[in-house]
Design a binder for this molecule. Structure first.
Ligand SMILES: Cc1cc2nc3c(=O)[nH]c(=O)nc-3n(C[C@H](O)[C@H](O)[C@H](O)COP(=O)(O)O)c2cc1C
Length: 206
């Protein structure tokens, strides 16, 4: 059976990052079908992670999670954004992984933050890290700011969750990302083109 580990790096006890991880897991399950998905909360492993950083040895329960991540067919990663990047505890967990643990593994990246102005943290902080690890990151990253959990942002967040989870499901089924260029989501790129080239034709991309 296909196995997926969902890592939630939220450090609050009522964690919006955990909520995002759960929503991604739910959407993935709906779109993929039968899979074994385990959610891991790094907060519960915080002391083990710090000890492993100091000693170089993982406790049995941390090793168990590291082994599950390494063995999983795919990963869902959800982290809060701290100071425009991922928290140190999350990086220390990644540091405890073997360097080749996620090579070629499909990974969905999600993040929560207080402000939508930091939504590119997925692209400037998380993608380079997983690029270094040679993971296969799905095209859509899901950033959920405080605003997104309210009535105004909820529908768009749901769409991003479904899109990203659908891409992970599609990759794990061996069908690529399932992305098509001409769908509604990609109309954003035309918007950017029209801003940078106000007088130009929509398809003038040279
Ligand atoms: C130390 C610290 C630094 C933070 N820095 C940022 C930041 O740079 N950008 C941002 O959008 N939110 C920032 N936040 C807000 C958290 O990312 C946000 O509250 C997040 O959803 C918390 O996740 P959690 O509920 O799972 O703990 C910061 C929060 C803390 C505690």
């Amino acid at each position: 059976m296909t196995t997926v580990v969902a890592l939630s790096a939220g450090l609050s006890e009522t964690s919006s990052t955990r909520l995002l991880a759960d929503r991604l897991v739910e959407s993935f399950g709906r779109q993929f079908g039968d899979a074994s998905v385990e959610v891991v909360t790094l907060r519960e492993l915080a002391h083990d992670i710090v000890d492993a950083t100091l000693t170089g040895f993982a406790s049995p329960r941390l090793q168990d999670v590291l082994d599950k991540v390494t063995a999983a067919d795919g990963l869902i990663v959800a982290t809060p954004i701290y100071k425009a990047s991922f928290p140190g505890l999350f990086k220390s967990f990644i540091d405890a992984l073997d360097a080749d643990a996620v090579i070629g593994k499909p990974v969905l990246l999600g993040a929560t933050g207080g402000t939508a102005r930091h939504s590119l943290a997925i692209d400037h902080a998380l993608r380079p890290l997983f690029g270094y690890l040679q993971a296969l990151v799905v095209p859509t990253g899901v950033f959920a700011s405080t605003h997104d959990w309210g009535a105004d942002g909820a529908q768009a967040l749901e769409q991003r969750i479904d899109r990203a989870a659908g891409e992970l499901a599609s990759l794990l089924k061996g069908a690529g990302t399932g992305r098509a260029r001409d769908d509604e989501f990609d109309l954003f790129s035309d918007t950017f083109l029209s801003i940078s080239n106000p007088g130009g034709a929509a398809d003038d991309r040279s």
